[in-house]
Design a protein around this ligand. Structure first.
Ligand code: TGC
Length: 394
């Protein structure tokens, strides 16, 4: 043992503690999220990952804590700042990316779509129930042919008298099989439009994707839409073109930039714990220069990523955040969180691959996070276009 028997969490906080940099309101939200994450979600998380189970019974606890759609205003939503929302995402993902994904799909995607582009009736019908966790939403944009180019979507909504008939397939849609409502994006004769679709509509089918080695506490689905008949008031009146879904993706990317640093923090804390307590060759492994250098590198990237997330939140609260700035943070923070998880696994040696530690679970989850809401390649090309003025997507 070292002379100062601190936990990894205490040792990390001695060097860098994001909590201390948060405004009071954000710190209160952070504590609320940390309590729910640690007391409600964490106790069963390893079992749930092993058995591939999303415990729907935990959803109301997230709602009661105010964490669902917490950055939105009115209709039962808390109206919290972006920094508060980010800090909450970080705390949830410190336990598991699957649950942060739940918070993102419900709040950043489905609720944001309805709040930003919906009619007053749509908002009144869905937002209070979703904020309370009594109704679950999903966001159906990606299609089986690929997620990077939503402009190529083939799902189509055609007019049939006063109604719409919606047909097509979607893939990788979080929560769809337990959702009460789906926000579905489709081509129409007037361009891309969004539709608020109750999931008990005839012709709507969602099937969970099996065989996932990541995000096992969450659900992602294939959706079939077979001439789903919708009244015109199911259309989101204020969403026209791809700007609609991309506006929602911005919110989800924001939560990811923060959340990934939660997973990174957990891995770093576990590695520091291990370094201080594991003895090899007659001394704690943390007394060796090789381990200390690795821990220092992990700390640098965690601290830089957390500060970047905070910077992003401050820009968002000032109303000046741009999509390119989001790409910087999504690309950097997920990439570095994966590296931190990998280094933590190495420090834990063989034990690092077991479920005695959360590290492999985080590492696997982060590989999924790296891919959704814009792959590394897409965000690199967004930044390349921003810097050069040349579009290299095709
Ligand atoms: P382009 O077709 O030229 O632009 C279309 C319109 O959209 C606007 N726009 C944005 N608006 C707000 N925020 C953004 N980030 C925006 N990006 C583009 C753009 O200004 C234009 O507006 P307008 O009014 O002129 O029509 O598209 P682009 O060339 O700008 O974008 C190309 C590219 C590759 C960057 C974009 O297609 C992209 O971001 N692709 C990645 C898509 C992605 O992240 N897909 C993964 C989604 S994850 C998912 O669906 C699952 S949800 C999670 C779950 O359910 O678990």
């Amino acid at each position: 043992m070292t002379d100062d028997p601190l936990t990894g969490e205490q040792a990390l906080a001695r060097v860098f503690c994001l909590d201390d940099l948060l405004p009071d309101a954000a710190r209160r939200w952070q504590q609320v999220a940390r309590t729910v994450a640690r007391d409600v979600l964490a106790p069963t998380i390893e079992d749930d990952f092993e058995t591939q189970r999303l415990r729907a019974e935990h959803i109301p606890a997230l709602g009661e804590a105010g964490l669902l759609g917490m950055h939105l205003h009115g209709y039962g939503c808390a109206g919290a700042s972006a920094v508060s929302y980010g800090a909450a995402c970080l705390e949830v993902e410190a336990v598991d990316s699957g649950w942060r994904t739940f918070v993102s799909v419900q709040g950043s995607l489905a609720m944001t779509a309805i709040s930003t582009f919906g009619s007053d009736d749509q908002k009144r019908r869905w937002l209070p129930e979703m904020a309370a966790g009594r109704a679950v939403g999903c966001f159906a944009l990606t299609e089986p042919a690929g997620g990077s180019d939503p402009a190529a979507m083939t799902t189509f909504a055609r007019r049939d008298g006063a109604d719409w008939l919606l047909s097509g397939t979607k893939r990788w849609i979080g929560l769809a099989s337990i959702a009460d409502v789906a926000v579905v994006w489709a081509q129409t004769d007037e361009g891309v439009r969004g539709f608020v679709v109750p999931t008990d509509s005839a012709g709507f089918t969602a099937r969970p994707i099996t065989g996932k080695r990541a995000m096992r506490t969450s659900i992602q689905c294939d959706i079939d839409l077979d001439d789903v008949r919708l009244p015109d008031d199911a259309r989101l009146p204020d969403a026209r073109g791809l700007r609609g879904p991309f506006t929602c993706l911005n919110e989800a990317r924001f939560g990811i930039a923060w959340g990934a640093m939660g997973a990174a923090r957990t891995c770093l804390e576990v590695a520091v714990d291990r370094a201080r307590t594991r003895h090899v060759f007659g001394a704690p492994i943390g007394a060796r220069q090789l381990i200390q250098a690795q821990l220092a590198d992990m700390l640098l990237e965690y601290e830089k990523g957390a500060l970047l997330a905070l910077h992003l939140g401050q820009l968002r609260d000032a109303g000046t955040l741009t999509p390119a700035q989001l790409s910087v943070a999504k690309l950097n923070n997920v990439r570095e969180a994966i590296r931190i998880a990998g280094q933590a696994r190495s420090i834990l040696a063989g034990d690092g691959i077991t479920d005695e530690f959360p590290v492999m679970r985080h590492m696997a989850n982060l590989e999924a996070v790296r891919t959704y809401e814009g792959t590394d390649e897409i965000h690199a090309l967004i930044l390349g276009r921003e810097l050069t003025g040349s579009d290299a997507f095709s």
